[in-house]
Design a protein around this ligand. Structure first.
Ligand SMILES: *[C@@H]1O[C@H](CO)[C@@H](O)[C@H](O)[C@H]1NC(C)=O
Ligand SMILES: *[C@@H]1O[C@H](CO)[C@@H](O)[C@H](O)[C@H]1NC(C)=O
Ligand SMILES: *[C@@H]1O[C@H](CO)[C@@H](O)[C@H](O)[C@H]1NC(C)=O
Ligand SMILES: *[C@@H]1O[C@H](CO)[C@@H](O)[C@H](O)[C@H]1NC(C)=O
Ligand SMILES: *[C@@H]1O[C@H](CO)[C@@H](O)[C@H](O)[C@H]1NC(C)=O
Ligand SMILES: *[C@@H]1O[C@H](CO)[C@@H](O)[C@H](O)[C@H]1NC(C)=O
Ligand SMILES: *[C@@H]1O[C@H](CO)[C@@H](O)[C@H](O)[C@H]1NC(C)=O
Ligand SMILES: *[C@@H]1O[C@H](CO)[C@@H](O)[C@H](O)[C@H]1NC(C)=O
Length: 749
């Protein structure tokens, strides 16, 4: 911070940029005569603010904002930003892999404990960073108030879903890492070097819910489920409340979590049950296990779909309204069902966009989504954020605003002066100090190999879950590699994200004629009640018994869980908020649940002649069924506005080698008969409304000023410097000219 040796070069750059900006003014004048006068005043205002910013920098001032940098191990520049010189990136590891390094694991947990305990008034507290996603709908890091809308900052169902969460995760990671360094400083000085060594390559982990955990390990690691955990502190080994199990609001109950039970629950809960109210992590594990094959298949099909990154990253129908084409699923849509499953219909926090970020599992989950999106960048390179519109009111944006790769990812500033990151800035994760094991080489082949071995039916010999003889009582078929002549089949789902208060989940089954021992649609585990009232929480199936580490052992009865049905294919989730959206402006999403693996199993067992659509269509007509469950219980799909299902298939082009991916990009055909007798299964074609269509390029520029700045209504006349090309990078000076302070105050005021 005391390094004052650099300001001269910044002065030079600013002067050059002043000249550049004036050239831009000249050319813009030629193009838009009618705006000339106004532009002139705006440019002058920009220059004035830039000059003040320069003055402030020359004076050694540090901007008022906390810069998002990820883990920055090289210290800060004199003006407070991360020093990019010599900065190293390290991999974020899978949680089970991180645990293998005892010292790093210990620091991870101790850092989480300290981070979560920070004062709620601290910008870098867990509370504030989790809170900016949704509730309590307040400002963060001096973002100007009043917020544009009573809403959180998280853009879901938009084209910037993937890129916005990247600096968000990096901010969380840097705040947690700050706590790690504070923890290390609390160790005796002769022990600190050991912990510093461990911290030097430490990044936060992800949880890969789709990979086979192997060796009979549970799908949800016990490290996320155990209420207690043993750690090494300066005084030795101690047991602490597991920071990955829940977040606790502190001594007083939260009164800003949306009312209902959330204000009276002192801690985050997963699939809660009552008396006493507690998480049912055993059911979370069982449910995640039941949908793991479908998650694996969705990831694999996405990587093989070859659609553009922009199309693959968002569930919003707007960018991919074609019925044919490869764009039938998205990483955001896959992300939704993990939220719904972890939270559960009884009011678990993950079930609602508004409060989900308070559950520590959110961060492990979202880091995995960021990882998959990073990997996808190498599978379909040269594509990035698609143009699109904000569909619902948000803290920082109004419905209808157009966004593209150059739009500021408010409220994340890349420096202390308040210049926002854009999606283009964070295209390379190393800008934020990290990468993933699968992207260390930045290569297509490394990612393709990883996808095949982790999510494909090709690399390992896969068998049924519980052996041949048990096929009809438990277990799903685990699949085989796709081969010549195969077809890929999916249940395609079109749904309004905010059709109702809360989320909803589609559960799909494919039965066997004459062999169904139970009607899976007629029963399900109890926890439906009215989640806005904890009085409706189900009581666990038997009084809770705890084992030595405090895990409740018997809250879950597999016999009552319909997802254990042998005919269960998987779940498709639509993640909503606590309140329904604007019914006259629905946010239509699309995604799909692959049926291929299940159909392969039916073929292996002689129920189905082939995977050819002429065999599959009548088979599904007879045997496929589904149900929709919300926090109000099971609901009739035909009563859900804008809800439609269809079966589609396309021809598979098998992988050229064991290390490569098959090609699932062939156009899909709809098998109308397959869903003809199902609710919401009639032929349907979505007609896009104007707001779903990406705006022409000219409409995307957005100035960096926020609400409250008098010129904000001009729609933005300045092209962001990062609009024109896909180059990422850390370029604070250019952005200072462009945005100055996010609240529009002249720099230095
Ligand atoms: C996204 O998908 C739609 C529909 O399939 C297609 O028209 C569009 O070109 C795709 N966008 C990109 C950026 O590839
Ligand atoms: C990464 O690159 C190195 C050097 O080119 C190579 O030896 C290694 O096999 C690659 N790893 C993977 C997983 O592709
Ligand atoms: C029922 O399943 C058994 C295998 O478990 C199979 O042999 C039999 O043919 C099936 N019956 C019908 C009617 O499909
Ligand atoms: C199975 O459940 C569905 C949906 O609830 C119902 O329509 C059907 O009659 C049931 N069939 C049997 C045999 O119970
Ligand atoms: C549904 O579950 C209940 C227990 O909650 C059980 O008593 C009942 O027999 C089940 N019904 C069917 C049709 O399986
Ligand atoms: C759900 O709970 C809310 C708040 O307690 C209550 O007003 C509403 O009537 C309940 N709905 C049902 C279907 O029980
Ligand atoms: C308690 O149960 C969990 C989950 O089954 C297990 O991982 C843990 O080892 C158990 N602890 C003891 C002391 O039995
Ligand atoms: C709901 O959407 C319609 C159509 O876009 C819009 O005219 C109306 O203002 C919206 N209502 C609210 C309360 O936002």
């Amino acid at each position: 911070m005391a390094n004052f040796s650099k300001p001269q070069s910044i002065v030079t750059m600013l002067v050059a940029l002043f000249a550049l900006l004036q050239l831009t003014v000249a050319s813009q004048h030629a193009a838009h005569h009618h705006h000339e006068h106004r532009r002139h005043a705006e440019i002058k205002a920009h220059l004035d603010r830039a000059a003040e910013a320069l003055q402030k920098r020359q004076g050694g001032g540090i901007g008022p904002y906390i810069a998002t940098s990820g883990v920055c191990s090289t210290g800060t520049q004199w003006w407070g930003d991360c020093n990019p010189k010599g900065r190293q990136s390290y991999p974020r590891l899978e949680i089970r892999q991180l645990k293998n390094n005892a010292d790093q694991w210990n620091l991870y947990l101790l850092g989480m404990e300290r981070f979560m305990a920070k004062d709620k008034g601290d910008t870098l507290s867990f509370y504030q960073i989790a809170g900016l996603h949704g509730r309590p709908f307040t400002t963060w890091n001096k973002f100007p108030t009043p917020l544009l809308n009573q809403a959180g900052f998280c853009p879901h169902g938009t084209t910037i879903f993937g890129s916005w969460h990247r600096p968000y995760l990096a901010m969380y990671e840097q705040a947690w890492y700050l706590a790690v360094t504070e923890v290390i400083n609390g160790f005796p000085s002769n022990q600190q070097q050991r912990w510093r060594n461990a911290a030097s390559t430490l990044r936060m982990p992800y949880w890969d819910w789709a990979q086979d955990p192997g060796n009979g390990q549970p799908t949800v690691p016990t490290t996320i489920r155990d209420p207690q955990v043993t750690v090494t502190k300066p005084q030795g080994q101690v047991q602490i409340a597991n920071p990955l199990y829940s977040y606790t609001w502190g001594k007083s109950l939260p009164n800003e979590m949306g009312g209902g039970p959330w204000n009276s629950w002192p801690t985050t809960l997963r699939r809660p049950v009552a008396n006493p109210t507690r998480s049912n992590n055993n059911e979370v594990n069982a449910r995640m296990n039941s949908i793991r094959i479908s998650l694996r298949d969705r990831i694999f099909a996405l990587f093989a779909s070859k659609q553009s990154w922009g199309n693959a990253s968002t569930s919003q129908i707007g960018v991919r309204t074609d019925l044919s084409g490869s764009g039938v699923d998205s990483f955001e849509s896959v992300h939704d069902v993990v939220h719904n499953t972890a939270g559960g219909e009884t009011g678990g926090h993950m079930y609602y966009l508004d409060v989900s970020a308070f559950d520590p599992i959110f961060w492990l989950h979202h880091t995995n989504i960021d990882r998959l999106l990073t990997m996808y960048q190498y599978i379909v390179p040269n594509t990035w954020v698609a143009n699109g519109n904000i569909r619902g009111p948000m803290a920082q944006w109004n419905a209808g605003e157009s966004k593209n790769g150059g739009s500021p990812l408010k409220p994340f500033t890349k420096n202390t002066y308040g210049d926002y990151f854009t999606s283009d800035d964070v295209r390379d994760t190393r800008v934020l100090g990290y990468y993933y094991p699968e992207t260390s080489n930045r290569s297509y082949s490394q990612v393709a190999q990883a996808v095949t071995s982790l999510y494909g039916g090709g690399a390992r010999k896969l068998t049924k879950r519980d052996g041949e003889s048990n096929y009809n009582s438990v277990g799903q078929y685990l699949g085989r590699p796709l081969k010549e002549g195969d077809y890929h089949h999916v249940l395609d789902i079109t749904a309004d994200k905010f059709a109702m208060a809360g989320s909803y989940t589609v559960h799909c089954f494919i039965g066997n004629p004459g062999n169904s021992t139970s009607n899976s649609t007629s029963n399900s585990t109890a926890p439906y009640g009215n989640s806005t009232s904890s009085a409706y929480l189900p009581t666990a199936t038997s009084p809770s018994k705890k084992n030595g580490t405090g895990e409740i052992l018997d809250d879950y009865d597999p016999a009552l869980d319909f997802t254990n049905d042998p005919n269960y294919v998987g779940a498709y989730g639509i993640l909503g908020g606590m309140k329904a959206g604007n019914a006259s402006s629905p946010l239509i999403t699309r995604g799909s649940l692959p049926l291929t693996t299940c159909l392969q199993g039916k073929q292996v067992h002689g129920y189905l002649a082939s995977l050819h659509p002429h065999d599959v269509e009548p088979y599904l007509h007879q045997n496929m069924y589904y149900k929709v469950i919300s926090d109000a219980g099971e609901i009739d799909p035909s009563t859900i506005p804008n809800f439609h299902v269809a079966v589609k298939c396309n021809k598979v082009q098998p992988a050229a080698s064991d290390d490569d991916l098959p090609d699932l990009s062939a156009p899909f055909q709809v098998l109308h008969k397959a869903t003809a007798k199902l609710p919401a299964g009639k032929p349907y074609t979505h007609t896009p409304v104007p707001n779903e269509m990406p705006a022409p390029n000219a409409d995307y520029s957005e100035d960096g000023y926020n609400a409250g700045y008098p010129d904000n209504d001009n729609g933005g006349n300045y092209q962001s410097p990062s609009n024109s090309n896909g180059e990422g990078g850390f370029c604070p000076v250019v952005q200072t000219i462009k945005y100055v302070y996010p609240d529009g105050r002249p720099a230095g005021s």
